[in-house]
Write a protein that binds this ligand. Sequence first.
Ligand code: B12
Length: 203
Amino acid sequence: MEKIQKLIQEHKRNEAVLYVLDLLSTNKISITELYDVLRTTLISIDCKEGDKECIWKEHIKTAIVRTIIENTYPYVIQEVKKIEPKNKKVLVVCPPEEYHEIGAKMAHDYFLLSGYNSIYIGANTPVEVIMDAIHFENPDYIAISVTNYYNIVPTKRLINKIRENQKGLTILVGGQAFNETSIQNVNADKHITDFDSIRNLWS
Ligand code: B12
């Protein structure tokens, strides 16, 4: 695991991708273990204000992590085939102006790995687009991922809009922004944090 972190920290994109694929193909790591390592690597980045070198390096590391996640998706598909479907649909989105998408993508894969029919809509999604997707897909849950604390107010607006138009839809929230605020402040139904909380959501 430490080797994955080291390769990303040293910006060794090709070696990192090949190493991870090798670990997965030989069952030396699971997708959830891999995501834990990637998450820890990213959240350990702490750029101080004005540290320009740190910021462009953060972008490189983030891009490597995204490449790893996209390239390991076939392993998610393989795992999902072994799981009994729950016949529950969830849409995973980030509110407008929320550009942090890696946590949302991982949450989406956790839903898939827990047997949900999960649809990943992505980062920075306009409210009208989210409303259209809800209307069209008629999900059981909407899972909203928020990282930047400053996006809490737009998230509350989004949730109020969903409640006005789609009564009965269960609204889940997750992501780092909720380390600093309570879900009552956004009018959500439940705060879920990780793979285990998704697995325990509905059985
Ligand atoms: C990578 C990164 C970026 C990348 C994002 C790239 C991308 N495509 O996603 C880039 C460079 C674009 C970026 C930009 C910015 N960033 Co930034 N970024 C980070 C960094 C380094 C890592 C975030 C990350 O990906 N973590 C890894 C993921 C996997 O972890 P996670 O999100 O927590 O998700 C896990 C769980 O929370 C959970 N989860 C998440 N969502 C959900 C949802 C559900 C339903 C469930 C069940 C679970 C769940 O599952 C995941 C897996 O375990 C953090 C540093 C840090 N300490 O976190 C700063 C950080 C988040 N960024 C920060 C800031 C301020 C910004 C900027 C505003 C900087 C700027 N001045 O431009 C911008 C603007 C972003 C915006 N408007 O949204 C601050 C946020 C502080 C705050 N206000 O709350 C942080 C904390 C840095 C810091 N210490 O100041 N950033």
